[in-house]
Design a protein around this ligand. Structure first.
Ligand SMILES: NC(=O)c1ccc[n+]([C@@H]2O[C@H](COP(=O)([O-])OP(=O)(O)OC[C@H]3O[C@@H](n4cnc5c(N)ncnc54)[C@H](OP(=O)(O)O)[C@@H]3O)[C@@H](O)[C@H]2O)c1
Length: 257
């Protein structure tokens, strides 16, 4: 097959923005999907809402590969990530899709956040589906860590959960890894992808404070519960899979400049 017809869900998201140009560059004929496609967007766009299924059949017409990056971490992830993935898979099986490539998250089976439970439900749906799939688990994006830093920036003292281990990666480098598997040859569960360094959340926040030129005290918060103990155990990291090369500090300096 010369040029796969590829549907990208979540095309307006952090990862989607990085995937679009990379898919095009590697020879995919890309159809991007969003609930509200941007008015000035280039290429082909379709409206798709995975929460209620609107637009799924139309989005999948003539598609060989689906890169499924739609998610609702701050919204109804049960409807979008769990139910929406099931709806997408049913329609993809009907449409004869060759491979659904799914970016997932490292540690979702050991950290019982409800968002992670819905991601896990999506992975299970992929395993059971009649459509073949490729699942690439990834650690947290630098972009996501920066967003979290923004939520504490205005506080006089910055509270950060104690002992949380993370291994952030630039979304662009995560997208490189996903695109490698966005082919008509499904590969099942592939090796996960992580950033270049494993650091504590407090340590990352201190780097942010330095790069942003701020002087707030960073205070470690002992957090009880199984979610916190999952992050403290290192379950969200894969030091043996440090695939990304841009460190948090390098990425941040470029972002803040
Ligand atoms: N963020 C991280 O640190 C991280 C780390 C590892 C893996 N991942 C995984 O990478 C993937 C992409 O994450 P991201 O951070 O790029 O997400 P994001 O920035 O929150 O983007 C979410 C995307 O999903 C779309 N979406 C939301 N609700 C939808 C619905 N009802 N129907 C259809 N589309 C919907 C949004 O598009 P519209 O609003 O335009 O519809 C948007 O394009 C996810 O599978 C995520 O679990 C993320």
């Amino acid at each position: 097959m010369s040029e796969p017809r590829t549907l990208l869900t979540g095309a307006t998201g952090t990862l989607g923005d990085e995937l679009r140009p990379r898919l095009r560059k590697t020879g995919h004929d890309v159809r991007s999907a969003s609930r509200s496609p941007p008015a000035d967007a280039d290429g082909e766009w379709v409206e798709l809402d995975l929460a209620d299924g609107t637009g799924i059949e139309r989005a999948l017409e003539g598609i060989d590969v689906v890169v499924h990056a739609a998610t609702a971490p701050r919204g109804d992830s049960e409807a979008v990530d769990a139910g929406g993935t099931e709806r997408l898979l049913e329609a993809a099986a009907e449409a004869g899709v060759e491979n659904v490539c799914y970016p997932s998250i490292v540690g979702i089976d050991s950290i019982p956040l409800s968002y992670y439970e819905h991601k896990l439900a999506a992975e299970r749906a992929l395993e059971k589906s009649d459509v073949s799939a490729t699942v690439v688990r990834i650690t947290q994006f630098h972009e996501f860590v920066l967003e979290l830093c923004g939520t504490i920036e205005r506080l006089p003292v910055w509270p950060v959960p104690s002992g949380f281990w993370v291994q952030p990666i630039a979304a662009g480098e995560a997208a490189d890894a996903v695109v490698e598997h966005a082919t008509v040859e499904p590969a099942g569960r592939v090796e996960p992808v992580g950033g270049p360094e494993v650091r504590t959340a407090a340590d990352l926040v201190r780097s942010y404070r330095e790069v942003a030129g701020l002087r707030r005290p960073v205070v470690g918060l002992p957090v009880p519960g199984s979610v916190a103990s999952g992050f403290r155990s290192g379950a969200a990291t894969r030091p043996d899979r440090a695939v990304g090369s841009t460190t948090w500090g390098e990425w941040l300096r470029k972002e803040v400049e």
